[in-house]
Design a protein around this ligand. Structure first.
Ligand code: HEM
Length: 315
């Protein structure tokens, strides 16, 4: 579909075949980001890796984060931070559980994900600094994400978490084998290997509720052909993963929440299956994928394992 935003042409691709042509065949010609005003404000004039244009600066940043933050070795070395933050999440929720009071899960999850990412990225725990106002920080992140019109990083985790907890409360994730108390035990990342169904549930959630339904915007650096259509230079490109995730040509009963569709399936997060692109694909795909998945699994397992959930007033 071709749209015109004023003088700016925007091509939206909504099939897995077209997504493959853009993200694989023409990855190099489409891997820059358009210079949008909101993105410039959010990223201090396009200095952020996610919004900067393709070129030497982006390549250097990508190399740096690949080595210092997201390499398998670094990922392993940050494990204790993620597990500590998981414990803290459980402790905070326990207080409400003991008094049977309502809890705003979004805030608990925000603190968990932001706490983890902050400690990994800056080596500091922001809770130790009284000048950091948690409420304001959360507001700021939400405002930035709203203005930029894409959702990722800390955003999926709180909203996706809440939705998932609601959907799969009551499922047992090994609790019977391990007892109920959390005074003397903790969830570790080894436990994540034992909960295959949780992994299927997360994949299914990504299809129905992708955190970036149009991925991040790309822009053509030269004219290309997609599905027989000519797409000129400087066209904005959107990959509509929301529609691809509900395409009946690709998925059986696409609107049904059916995690089992992924059992015995080779479809992975890695951007090689163009019907399933929660982290994008190609050069501009998400470098934080492993971290994001681990935080998501760890947080979910903690809250589902230790607590029984219900909506307020049985709604
Ligand atoms: C479940 C959690 C997450 C999801 C679903 C997610 C999803 C995405 C998506 C869809 C993109 C755009 C890909 C494209 O346009 O092809 C992206 C880009 C990006 N993500 Fe994530 N992400 C998550 C977690 C994270 C985390 C934890 C970090 C870092 C701490 C991170 C860092 C980035 C960066 C830096 C980019 C821009 C890459 C570039 O433009 O070169 N993400 N993410």
């Amino acid at each position: 579909m071709l749209l015109r935003f004023g003088v700016v042409p925007m091509a939206v691709f909504s099939s897995k075949e077209a997504a493959k042509e853009v993200l694989k065949t023409h990855d190099l010609e489409t891997c820059t980001r358009p210079k949008l005003v909101a993105n410039g404000l959010f990223s201090r004039n396009f200095k952020d890796i996610g919004f900067t244009q393709y070129g030497e600066d982006w390549r250097e940043m990508k190399k740096l984060v690949g080595l210092e933050l997201f390499s398998p070795k670094k990922h392993k070395s940050f494990r204790s931070i993620r597990e500590d933050e998981g414990d803290l999440l459980v402790k905070k929720i326990s207080k409400s559980a003991q008094t049977q009071t309502l809890i705003d899960l979004r805030k608990s999850f925000f603190s968990f994900t932001a706490g983890t990412i902050f400690r990994i990225a800056f080596g500091q725990n922001f809770r130790e600094y009284s000048f950091i106002d948690m409420e304001k920080l959360e507001e700021l992140v939400l405002e930035a994400e709203t203005n930029v019109c894409i959702l990722a990083l800390t955003d999926f985790l709180p909203t996706g978490f809440g939705w998932l907890v609601d959907r799969i409360s009551g499922c047992s994730f090994g609790r019977s084998e391990r007892g109920n108390s959390h005074d003397d035990m903790r969830i570790t990342e080894e436990d994540l290997q034992k909960v295959e169904y949780l992994n299927l549930v997360i994949k299914e959630t990504f299809i129905l509720h992708p955190s970036s339904p149009l991925l991040l915007p790309r822009e053509t650096m030269s004219g290309i052909e997609i599905q027989g259509y000519h797409i000129p230079k400087n066209t904005h490109i959107k990959i509509n993963t929301y529609t691809i995730g509900r395409d009946p040509k690709v998925w059986t009963n696409p609107d049904e929440f059916y995690p089992e569709r992924f059992s015995n399936s080779s479809i992975s997060y890695k951007g090689q299956h163009y019907e399933f692109l929660p982290f994008g694909a190609g050069r501009r795909s998400c470098p934080g994928m492993n971290l994001g998945i681990t935080i998501l699994e760890l947080g979910l397992l903690n809250v589902l394992y230790f607590f029984d959930w219900s909506l307020p007033n049985g709604n």
